[in-house]
Design a protein around this ligand. Structure first.
Ligand SMILES: [Zn+2]
Length: 235
């Protein structure tokens, strides 16, 4: 396959095998180093987020909490954050109450998930969304929430941070990529924020992404990291 050098001032065409996807290469004309990808992006605005839900099924369950923080131009912006509880249609089970620490009484006065999602969409603007296990979980909950409530929606670029972990730690079988695996490998300290509460998980994930971004020497658009799409309401 052939790609154009991603440097805006260079028009070198570079060819290489498809197996080089994800590998770091260097342009022979402008000397820019970049990760071999089939497409290059220019946006530098990202949102790192986490959902807690009533269960595992995007079709049958709803999210009950969302926490998010912005990551712009390669830096975490801890002061630019979003947080809300959401009130689901079904009761939060005692299992989920003890796993997340989120109890039914915490959400009594909260808006419905679809309302929270509209607020989140307005806050997120045109950012690309990043979540851990997004491809199989969080992105699907966002889509399902739009769909179930008939919300007019737009396609949004998304990154699964498991993909970033695989780029850094490798894809060898048995290499775990759960948030706990990543946290331990990067030796990140836990704070007093509770894990499995979206705020605690986003705190860990935000710092993990910052460190992985540095170690992989990614550019500000996360070029080279696999992407998928999800949907957010048009607000
Ligand atoms: Zn070049």
């Amino acid at each position: 396959m052939k790609i154009q050098c991603p440097s805006p001032t260079c028009d070198q065409s570079i060819s290489g095998p498809k197996s080089a996807l994800g590998q770091r290469v260097r342009c022979s004309r402008c000397d820019r180093s970049f990760i071999w990808a089939d497409r290059f992006y220019s946006g530098e605005s990202f949102i790192i987020y986490d959902l807690e839900t009533t269960g595992l099924s995007p079709q049958n369950d709803e999210f009950i909490q969302i926490a998010a923080v912005k990551f712009n131009s390669g830096c975490l912006c801890p002061t630019d954050s979003f947080f809300s509880f959401a009130r689901p249609r079904r009761r939060i089970s005692s299992f989920i109450e003890s796993y997340t620490g989120i109890e039914n009484r915490d959400v009594t006065d909260s808006p419905r998930p679809e309302q929270v999602l509209c607020d989140f969409a307005a806050w997120s603007d045109d950012a690309t969304l990043i979540a851990h296990n997004a491809k199989r979980f969080d992105s699907k909950f966002l889509e399902a929430t739009c769909q179930r409530h008939g919300l007019p929606s737009r396609e949004v670029d998304a990154i699964d941070s498991i993909g970033i972990s695989k780029m850094l730690f490798g894809k060898t079988r048995g290499t775990g990529h759960s948030l706990d695996h990543v946290k331990n490998r990067l030796r990140l300290q836990e704070t007093t924020l509770r894990r499995h509460d979206a705020r605690g998980d986003v705190d860990i994930l935000g710092r993990a992404i910052q460190v992985m971004h540095q170690r992989l020497e990614l550019d500000n658009a996360f070029n080279g990291v696999p992407r998928h799409t999800t949907r957010l309401p048009i607000v």
